[in-house]
Design a binder for this molecule. Structure first.
Ligand SMILES: Cc1cc2nc3c(=O)[nH]c(=O)nc-3n(C[C@H](O)[C@H](O)[C@H](O)COP(=O)(O)O)c2cc1C
Length: 193
């Protein structure tokens, strides 16, 4: 299903609730995908996101070689796939071929955007030598963002009972995920006496 463009000013909101993401990369004809539970916005304008990507992964290799990566947000229907691609390495297996993954090219960087995700972002790698040498963290600048309008509209997630199958995944460990099936709206505190 086609996703709807999201304004870059709202791109950070796609990940600020801590979803597990699927990081896709491509370089010289090789595609790859891995799961990442650790990502967060780190800059407003331009929007930048940090993701922890282990130096040993094939994702890290392709990301650094190509200077770009994409983030897809899987929903409950992709829980098995998310765990599988987070438990296998592209060094050992072609995950796109093994799992019959379908992707569409991203609008700006041509990155593989995985079918079935409820949001996609394309990011240009911002090399940060000190950070990357010391840690497994990489930073990317968001250059395109899209989301499923049934669950993300007017710049925010709308997790309701009637779109539960589209809720994002949050890894609790060992292949168990939570979904944000209930939301709470903050109200103004009563004024002090
Ligand atoms: C749910 C889940 C979340 C994960 N989160 C991260 C993460 O945030 N950072 C990371 O480096 N690895 C994470 N992993 C592990 C990688 O996905 C795993 O090392 C993967 O095999 C790397 O694939 P690649 O070598 O093809 O890039 C996670 C795995 C799972 C199952």
């Amino acid at each position: 299903m086609a996703l709807t463009p999201v304004a870059l000013a709202h791109a950070s909101r796609l990940v600020n609730h801590g979803p597990t993401v699927l990081v896709t990369t491509t370089h010289e004809g090789r595609h790859n995908v891995m799961a990442a539970a650790w990502s967060m916005p780190v800059e407003f304008t331009p929007p930048r996101i940090a993701v922890v990507i282990d130096k040993k992964t094939m994702t890290r290799e392709l990301l650094q070689a190509s200077g770009r990566f994409a983030i897809g947000l899987p929903c409950a229907a992709l829980a098995d796939l998310t765990y599988a691609v987070g438990s296998q390495s592209g060094h050992d297996v072609d995950k796109f071929a093994r799992h019959g993954l379908q992707a569409v090219p991203g609008p700006v960087l041509g990155l593989p955007l995985l079918e079935g995700c409820v949001a996609w972002l394309e990011l240009r790698h911002i090399p940060e030598a000190h950070l990357e040498d010391a840690y497994d963290t990489v930073v990317g600048e968001v250059v395109s963002a899209q989301a499923d309008a049934r669950v993300f509209a007017e710049g925010r997630w709308r997790f309701e009972d009637d779109n539960a199958e589209l809720h994002t995944l949050h890894h609790l460990g060992g292949g168990v995920f939570a979904v944000p099936s209930r939301t709470v709206r903050a109200r103004p505190l009563p004024s002090s006496p």
